[in-house]
Design a protein around this ligand. Sequence first.
Ligand code: FAD
Length: 323
Amino acid sequence: MARKLLVLGEIREGVLRNVSFEAIAAAKQIADGGEVVGLLLGGRIKELAYTMIHHGTDRVVVVENSNLQDYTPEAYSQAIMQVIDAEKPDGFILGHTAIGKDISPRIASKIKSGLISDTVKVDIIGDEVIFTRPIYSGKAFEKRAIQEGIIFATIRPNNILPLEKDVSRSGEISSIDVQIKDLRTIVKEVVKKASGGIDLSEAKVIVAGGRGVKSKDGFKPLEELAKVLGGAVGASRGACDAEFCDYSLQIGQTGKVVTPDLYIACGISGAIQHIAGMSNSKVIVAINKDPEANIFSIADYGIVGDLFEVVPLLIEEFKSVAV
Ligand code: FAD
């Protein structure tokens, strides 16, 4: 059953986030031979429309407005609602990012549709679109379908394979003028806390440190290992509470939920609240000097040892493999 899907392209520091390409791939599957329309919101963003087309959208709608330069839920929801009214899609897909999590319930209430959030898989069974999403902090999965209204879902980063980029693809790029009014909030300045690097929620490799890292300096070997592996550094709340690192690195129930290909937990005990944020990682390696540590119960590979001895050995080994 061919459908028309709208996909939000999320822009961060002037580039499209990888999860937007994963959302396009999901939309393509749901469209079932129908049309996939990209949506870009911001200021001077037209050139990014080609990137969306190269990753699989059939055409792109660009909304350029000074009120959309920085994300605010009010301005974004007004713009998205006007595009939905104009395009009348059968479905709307976006990333399960900070912006996706914030804006999607607002849009769902306005369009009076259900929302399936944090989906990790899409299946088409007959005429139905079935979404799989983790529940109970990743201990189980449920399958859901939208019965009425727009098929509306957010996609968890790192779970759906994006389509191969094809620069020979072409498609129409059109602009829509939107009216944005009565804003109660405006962004005056964006102050960055975390220092650049790979975004934790999209990282393929994460080296995470816990209280066992013992100090700010103790994170240095983890940073080096992450660098050698082309990954990002994360942390347990124990490490954040001890002020070894910034809370922006916290993974878990009250931190970020991550699904990398490889998660290396160093000096992390494996509390349920930490596991809630990383248990769906594809391969988990735990380094802990306590053989009874709970993290070993979910690890694919466990190393019982002192992380300050093990991590330098891993760095050396991976460096020699890379050469
Ligand atoms: P610890 O439990 O102290 O573990 C440190 C580990 O390091 C130990 O297993 C020890 O054997 C090992 N170790 C020590 N030295 C070495 C060494 N040299 N080499 C190797 N191993 C070593 N936690 C989160 O992580 N994320 C969350 O989002 C989160 N949310 C929470 C929400 C609520 C409501 C509550 C109540 C708690 C939450 N917590 C969260 C906290 C959680 O319960 C744990 O306290 C926390 O995860 C423990 O962090 P840790 O494993 O780093 O520290």
